[in-house]
Design a protein around this ligand. Structure first.
Ligand code: BGC
Length: 256
């Protein structure tokens, strides 16, 4: 197990947050630093913000990779989509841009994938060795699919087309707020979403994250599913913790 804390950074639409993570505890080793996301949130503008956060913690961490989440598909360090972020992320060599700016290794991962890994390693799906599906209900819907502890990255199940709609345009938490829906009005949309996921993937456990999961008692008990469905437990720490865990795992692999 990793002794030195690892930096995790979570890039979101409104804030960029970072903390050192104690990977044996699965928790923050320091307070969290938060910097508002700049208006022009291109990869290089955000690399500057990430650099500020790295400077804050530089004295307290080793020189291994840091983990950074983005709300986009990431394959081989390239960000491939930009559903709720600046369009300049599409096909940007974002990991390289960050590494050049920071002068250190960066492991860039999808935000929901990071949150999913954290929930499986340390949270609501801890020790589940089957097929775990983690969904985050926020501005969009993020998804993570983890089978026997191994992440299948970039599943993007928030963009399943259901009843002719991009699923996140109907069932994301932001849509509930924008359309002023009560939880009772929101439940049928979640029901439709989760029953579709269930019919296609047959997971052993579904974990629901995102800010709205703080109010899980208002909607989760009303869903009629075959699969157990539980709220996330790491809440807004999940992205940072998962990013740090993935960065450490990558470093361990490279060193044999
Ligand atoms: C994006 C995903 C992201 C999710 C949550 C979706 O719109 O396509 O990549 O994980 O939002 O931020």
């Amino acid at each position: 197990m990793q002794n030195q804390p690892v930096l995790g950074i979570d890039i979101g639409g409104s804030g960029i947050k970072g903390a050192l993570v104690d990977l044996s505890a699965g928790d923050f080793a320091t307070d969290r630093v938060r910097i508002p996301t700049p208006e022009n949130s291109t990869p290089s503008a955000l690399a500057d913000v990430v650099a500020q956060i790295v400077t804050e913690f530089a004295g307290q961490m080793g020189d291994g990779p840091i983990g950074v989440t983005v709300p986009a598909v990431v394959t081989h360090g390239i960000t491939r989509s930009a559903a709720n972020i600046h369009k300049s992320w599409i096909d940007a060599p974002a990991e390289q841009i960050f590494e050049d700016r920071l002068g250190r290794d960066v492991v860039l991962v999808n935000d929901a994938d990071a949150a999913g890994v954290a929930e499986v390693r340390y949270g609501a799906a801890k020790d589940n060795d089957g097929l775990v599906m983690v969904t985050t209900l926020g501005t969009g819907i993020g998804s993570a699919l983890i089978y026997q502890g191994v992440l299948v990255p970039n599943t993007e199940l928030g963009h399943l087309e259901i009843d002719g709609f991009d699923a996140e345009k109907r069932a994301a938490a932001s849509v509930r707020t924008a359309e002023n829906l009560s939880y009772d009005e929101y439940v049928p949309r979640l029901q439709r979403y989760y029953e579709t996921l269930e019919a296609l993937f047959w997971p052993d456990l579904i974990v629901v994250g995102g800010g709205v999961s703080k109010h899980a008692e208002k909607f989760l008990p009303k869903l009629k599913l075959k699969t157990p469905i539980v709220p996330a437990v790491l809440m807004n720490k999940a992205g940072i913790i998962g990013a740090a865990a993935l960065a450490a795992e990558k470093a361990a692999k490279h060193h044999g």
